[in-house]
Design a protein around this ligand. Structure first.
Ligand code: ADP
Ligand code: MG
Ligand code: ZN
Length: 508
């Protein structure tokens, strides 16, 4: 039996009557050179099934060996989340059948995770800090990928056949699981988004993953439940039944999915229906979730300790060294950079929201002004990345090119409108900004000869306007400047045109 009601309760009504509880599971693919238990490459986008071997294909007799770099990353992630690092722990086999999992079990950690009991302080849009408790972070391996061919949705239902690619099978994965997050109230969707954003920033700062949600190297499952409020405003105990919306793949979608689930569950509870504990699929286009599979807490995966791997026993001295070399926490780093760059709160927020901090830093490092770097990365370029559904860092433009563009604007060789065209050219692979300016003929005309002739023609074409200016009505000059700009197809230096107009009509 699945929930089919499509009704939702208005958001205000949900938060008035219920207290939302969320739980977030973030899976992150580590950017190690090789897989978790074998030497296969982890490079994204290779021909299907070219990065596989007997170990990650689970062929009989193959023996796995733990990737030391992955363990180091896991410990660093645990430390950065203020977790305790387990002095000893075994991997476990999580047994289930799925076509994209060639071994028929996933090597994971079960009751002996490498990191437990941490927290992450998450900054919300208005600057308030919300502490999210971390239950655990554990190591596991990714599965392969199925491709369902012939249907209209890309899902298995309606497909003619399915293909499977095992390149991803065995890539190191860390799963970070929060404790149930209570007390966020109406800000629960925002807390969910901010939390995943904070995890992303932290992982990026640690340099352990490329954290690309659109490529799936950072994935989020969002658990949501509602608790009724008692008449005195207290929340009922115990927690309500949760749903788990799988693989939400952008920060914005995390917020939307939690919000939608709250309104859907609210409608069901308000009508006296119950919530089915199940996984749900998120639909980006409609902004809704639909029923996936029923899932009980007692899912019987028949976990048992992995007999082919030695336990992980991180040396406490080594862990202490790693703890001392953690990078600056992203929120502190943001405050430091904002002060150094002299940006307003809003500018800084846009930039952080666009995931542009590192890019702006790199752009400033090669000579751009912080304001210009922030403007381009969190404005035009963020919009371009958004429209294409990719991360900013995957755009085909480098910090050096953005700095060069900022230089062109600053020196007055192009104006803002032209700069946007230059940007398009760079993104289209036409070369550096200088080259695009040359090839597209985008330079501003500030040469007095060419401009002067155009100004003379504008004056001759509008004697009445010219007369007004001669009579001292300088504000009428806009019409002449406009005429010159039009003739020069917007590529004239407007300030110089204005000077030339006034020099001709108001000089003694
Ligand atoms: P699963 O095996 O179902 O994925 P996990 O323990 O990995 O279980 O993750 C469950 C997530 O759901 C955790 O973040 C947990 O805090 C959260 N959670 C548990 N109960 C509730 C609840 N009633 N409402 C919301 N979130 C919950
Ligand atoms: Mg889980
Ligand atoms: Zn392999």
């Amino acid at each position: 039996m699945t929930a089919t009601t499509s009704e939702v309760l208005p958001y205000e009504d949900v938060v008035a009557a219920y207290d939302p509880v969320i739980g977030l599971e973030v899976h992150v693919e580590l950017s190690t050179v090789t897989k978790m238990f074998c030497g296969c490459s982890t490079v994204f986008g290779a021909e299907p099934n070219t990065q596989v071997c007997p170990v990650c294909l689970g062929l009989p007799g193959a023996l796995p060996v733990v990737n030391a770099v992955a363990v180091e990353s896991a410990v660093r992630i645990g430390l950065a989340l203020d977790c305790s690092i387990a002095p000893w722990g075994r991997f476990a086999r999580k047994n289930y059948f799925y076509p994209d999992m060639p071994k028929n079990f996933q090597t994971s950690q079960y009751d002996e995770p490498i990191a437990v009991d941490g927290h992450l302080d998450v900054e919300l849009d208005d600057g308030t800090v919300f502490r999210v408790q971390i239950e655990r972070a554990h190591m596991e391996e990714d599965t392969g990928k199925s491709l369902h061919v012939g249907g209209s949705t890309g899902r298995i239902h309606g497909a003619e056949h399915s293909l499977v690619d095992y390149n991803r099978a065995g890539i190191p994965l860390i799963e970070i699981v929060t404790r149930p997050v209570t007390g966020a109230g109406q800000r629960a969707p925002e807390v969910a988004r901010a939390y995943v954003g904070a995890v992303r920033d932290l992982l990026r700062a640690l340099g352990v993953s490329d954290v690309r949600m659109e490529q799936g190297s950072l994935r989020c499952d969002a658990n949501v439940s509602l608790r009724a409020r008692t008449p005195d405003g207290q929340s009922a105990v115990p927690l309500g039944t949760r749903t788990e919306t799988k693989n939400v793949n952008s920060l914005r979608s995390v917020e939307r999915a939690v919000r939608y689930e709250m309104t859907r569950q609210g409608a069901r509870l308000a009508s006296g229906a119950t919530i089915l504990q199940e996984t749900r699929h998120w639909h980006e286009d409609s902004g809704t979730t639909t029923s996936g599979r029923e899932k009980s807490d007692a899912d019987d995966y028949r976990y048992f300790p992995e007999p082919d791997l030695v336990p992980i026993a991180p040396d406490p001295a080594w862990v202490a060294t790693l703890a001392q070399t953690l990078p600056e926490a992203p929120p502190a780093r943001r405050r430091r950079l904002q002060a150094a760059w002299g940006l307003a709160d809003l500018q800084m927020r846009d930039l952080v929201y666009a995931g542009a901090t590192e890019l702006v830093e790199a752009t400033v490092a090669v000579g751009a002004s912080p304001a210009a770097a922030a403007k381009w990365w969190s404005g035009e370029l963020a919009r371009t990345a958004n429209a294409a559904g990719v991360e900013l860092s995957s755009l085909a433009i480098t910090p050096a090119q953005v700095a060069q563009l900022a230089g062109l604007v600053e020196s007055g060789r192009v104006n803002d409108t032209m700069a946007r065209q230059v940007l398009k050219g760079v993104l289209a692979g036409e070369g550096d900004p200088e080259q695009v300016v040359g090839a597209r003929g985008l330079e501003l005309v500030s040469d007095d000869g060419a401009l002067g002739a155009a100004v003379d023609r504008a004056i001759a074409g509008a004697p009445d306007v010219a007369a007004k200016i001669r009579d001292g009505k300088v504000s009428a000059g806009g019409a002449l400047i406009g005429a010159v700009m039009k003739e020069m197809k917007g590529q004239a230096d407007a300030a110089r045109v204005r000077e030339l107009v006034l020099a001709r009509l108001t000089s003694p």
